[in-house]
Design a protein around this ligand. Structure first.
Ligand code: UT7
Length: 324
């Protein structure tokens, strides 16, 4: 008998109304047609003045607890992935913990950019499997628009804000691939590539405000290559082929990256969850937002095999294999 972490429920929160591509045409020299064709993005949600990542995370976490049928007082850990914390200190996870009235366990943030949710999920799964907690909230939350240079058309049209959360609960497993819960996680980073996607400042240690800078074509090339590799690594390690997967839920950066990865793996579009059109790239929030959407509309069903993957600044990349 081994311990597994089962996803007991998902929740999400998107701020404000959908801001369509056309609304950006007055801010930078771009067009709805260019954005759709190169990225698949049609719109994004943006935080309002004064709204922070903590506000989004709290709403998503509340929704996930309701969906999971779990009381806040029973949560023993909060792990929050973000690149845009409410403050540099303390961790935004502690703000969520306090707001929800959780008075036990741990709370901390994880910073692995767009791979952050899968890094956070892995840390939480490890804690559950070690017996350090029974129930953990894992959140991906971003106000990524705060990091954007709204005069740089090569980045500002790509990102959006939002939060998604899942409740992990300990459950007994047999150790087989048929167990429900998180079956495998794989984390990677290559810091030699840190400067192809970064902010130019913005850290407490430099007391500067920074904005996102990206060498888009290079990131795109690494994304297709490394995401294909990590998916193949995960499937091989578990004796699976792409045909065994019910759903592929990738980080939502660019529809072309997702389609290229899915094509290399021989995964048809009917098994890919796509939310980039309505959410744009919400960095660490994109996977839990996509999970919440696919759970809410009934696509994700208990017993199905689901593969998650992500690549982001660092570079960092990761995967998780889950039996829903
Ligand atoms: O989430 C973490 C990881 N991030 C990513 O995965 C993003 C990876 N990169 C990408 O998704 C793509 O590289 C982009 C969407 C960022 C760019 O698409 P692309 O097909 O690689 O375009 P490009 O950078 O090669 O630019 C093509 C043209 C350029 O004009 P010229 O030099 O050909 O005259 C750009 O200046 O498109 C121009 N361009 C734009 N035109 C209208 C760049 N941004 C825009 C824009 N509107 N917003």
């Amino acid at each position: 008998m081994i311990r597994r972490s089962v996803i007991a429920g998902c929740g999400s929160f998107l701020p404000g109304p959908l801001v369509p591509n056309a609304a950006l045409e007055s801010r930078v020299e771009t067009s709805d047609a260019w954005i759709r064709e190169r990225t698949g993005i049609q719109g994004r949600h943006l935080v309002a003045d004064g709204e922070t990542t903590a506000d989004l995370a709290i709403q998503a976490a509340r929704a996930a607890l309701v969906r999971a049928g779990v009381e806040a007082r029973d949560v023993q850990g909060v792990v929050l992935a973000t690149t845009t914390p409410a403050e540099t200190m303390p961790a935004t996870a502690t703000r969520v913990q306090g707001a929800l009235g959780i008075t036990q366990g741990f709370a901390f943030d994880v910073q692995a950019a767009c791979s952050g949710f899968l890094y956070a999920l892995t840390m939480a799964d490890n804690a559950i499997r070690l017996g350090q907690a029974e129930t953990i909230l894992v959140i991906g939350a971003e106000s990524f628009s705060r990091l954007l240079d709204w005069t740089d058309r090569t980045t500002c049209v790509l990102f959006g804000d939002g939060a998604g959360a899942v409740v992990l609960k300990a459950a007994p497993g047999t150790g087989s691939i048929q167990d429900r819960g998180i079956l495998d996680t794989r984390l990677h980073a290559d810091g030699r590539l840190y400067d192809i996607l970064k902010t130019d400042g913005g850290a407490g240690s430099t007391a500067t405000t920074g904005k996102v800078r990206m060498r888009g074509r290079e990131v795109f090339r690494h994304a297709v290559e490394k995401l294909t590799e990590v998916v193949e690594e995960t499937l091989t390690a578990n004796g699976l082929t792409p045909q065994d997967l019910d759903w592929f839920v990738p980080h939502q950066a660019n529809q072309r990256i997702i389609e290229a990865t899915a094509k290399k793996l021989g995964l048809g579009p009917e098994r890919v969850v796509l939310t980039v059109a309505e959410h744009a790239n919400t960095s660490g929030a994109s996977i839990p937002l996509a999970l919440a959407a696919a759970e809410a509309d009934g696509r994700l069903q208990p017993g199905q095999l689901v593969l998650l993957d992500a690549l982001g600044a660092g570079l960092t990349w990761a995967s998780a294999l889950v039996r829903w």
